[in-house]
Ligand binder design. Structure first.
Ligand code: HEM
Length: 420
């Protein structure tokens, strides 16, 4: 039976809760830590107890009427490479302007998609620091945003190639192959995913289907983009998320469990058309379908780590940092172990806890060097945002410190913009 909790009310309550918890950096182990600690034997198995407790929740319908009705973006509204954020803005769960704050994103992603506060915190803090204004905490899901005092003025997510936005995306094109446009959904990419479920069935784009698509997108960039770059953050983390998030967040939580059929997939990606040859992208039209129920449980950082690791089982290159060296098919991986002084070897990264540690260390230790803005250092902004928005929900116990030796990155002409 559908729950009576409406996202509007839910969002309000969550906001209050978040404001109070964000004031205190807690040191107790987070849910993610507790979950990962209990999955001892198989690194990719979800612990039964966690799954059972998380599953015992009813269907949660997402309101797409009234203040949350679908509206196409107006002139000046920002929309970018993320269909999740675009659809939230098109339904007013995020400001329809597309200029949002760190907290806006965390709250909306949790309320509408069931994204864990630790995962949402990580993604939104990264966006604030690298693509937004770390003083006002504004960032843009698409085009530019102007920072206070000129600090943090940036091109938003759309202009974040290699910093956030990555090559080998699920639906977006590689910047080098599309005149710098890595934000627009490319019909061919969408079609290659769409046709993995044969016509005329509604299909279900589960993680097995996504794993197949993941291999195809990686190989496509390798074989067609001489400047393909697969960076420490944009590649190893974001590029996987851009695939696994499709199943994990877009699926409709039906009475029979999660199903992501063709109609729902098209709606979230802003695509229309009844058959493969009639598909058409309508830019800006990403839409939450009617009668859509979000996942009942929150998808945490460690859940994402498990998914990302499951993808690399069939393609170990996904856990390497690398790229093409100026020619197609010249992908040269660098061993993460060598780049990190052996601290984060590819083998160690297959432990989901260590994978999450790697993510946390990237944002807390490596990112400050990439930003290189003295004012941010003086104000301790990175530490403050991590402390406010991530640490209340994730406790990085025993994470080895990460330093990256980037001296070998010079062999990748496509690394521009990455900061490395
Ligand atoms: C604070 C939260 C979020 C941030 C900062 C964020 C950021 C991004 C970025 C930068 C990309 C481009 C990646 C690439 O170039 O491959 C992207 C893609 C994507 N995001 Fe998000 N995202 C967030 C939340 C969500 C949510 C809640 C969903 C739920 C559906 C989602 C689903 C996707 C998908 C499916 C793609 C791949 C799109 C494509 O390649 O066509 N994201 N996101």
């Amino acid at each position: 039976m559908p729950s009576t909790v409406k996202p509007g009310l839910f969002t309000g309550l969550l906001r209050i809760l978040l404001f109070s918890t964000l004031l205190i950096a807690i040191s107790a182990p987070s849910t993610a830590q507790a979950i990962s600690n209990s999955s001892q034997n198989c690194p990719f198995a979800k612990p039964a107890s966690t799954t059972a407790s998380k599953r015992a929740i009813q269907q949660i319908p997402i309101d797409v009427e009234g203040e949350h009705e679908f509206r196409m973006p107006q002139k000046g509204d920002r929309r970018g490479p993320c269909p999740g954020l675009n659809s939230l803005a098109n339904h007013g769960y995020l400001p329809r302007s597309g200029i949002i704050t760190t907290l806006d994103a965390i709250v909306a992603c949790q309320a509408v998609f069931g994204m864990g506060l630790d995962l949402g915190g990580f993604l939104s803090v990264y966006a604030t620091l690298i693509d937004g204004d770390p003083l006002s905490l504004d960032w843009s899901i698409g085009g530019s945003v102007h920072g206070l005092l000129g600090i943090g003025s940036s091109d938003g997510l759309s202009g974040s190639h290699n910093k956030y936005e990555s090559d080998a995306s699920s639906g977006r094109g590689d910047a080098f192959l599309h005149g710098g446009d890595a934000s627009t959904l490319q019909l061919n990419n969408f079609k290659s995913l769409y046709k993995l479920q044969p016509d005329p069935s509604p299909g279900n784009y589960d993680l097995n289907v996504i794993a197949e698509h993941r291999k195809a997108t990686f190989n496509y960039s390798k074989m067609n983009n001489p400047n393909f770059f697969y960076g420490p953050f944009s590649g190893v983390i974001v590029s996987q998320a851009a695939h696994t998030f499709i199943t994990r967040f877009m699926s409709n939580n039906t009475e029979n469990g999660p199903v992501l059929d063709k109609a729902v997939l098209k709606s979230f990606f802003g695509v229309v058309g009844d058959s493969l040859d009639k598909l058409q992208v309508i830019p800006g039209s990403e839409r939450i379908p009617e009668n859509w129920y979000r996942r009942p449980d929150d998808h945490l950082l460690v859940d994402f780590a498990l998914d990302a690791l499951s993808l690399q089982l069939s393609m170990p290159e996904l856990l390497s940092i690398g790229g093409n060296t100026g020619k197609v098919n010249s992908f040269t991986p660098l061993d993460i172990g060598n780049l990190t002084g052996g601290v984060y070897s590819a083998q160690r990264l297959t432990d989901p806890d260590i994978f999450v540690c790697y993510m946390f260390q990237l944002i807390s230790n490596v990112l400050p060097d990439l930003i290189k803005t003295p004012v941010l250092d003086i104000l301790g902004i990175v530490g403050r945002l991590v402390g406010q928005f991530i640490l209340p929900h994730y406790s990085p116990q025993g994470c080895p410190a990460l330093t990256l030796d980037t001296s070998k990155f010079g062999i990748y002409p496509g690394r521009q913009g990455s900061g490395f």
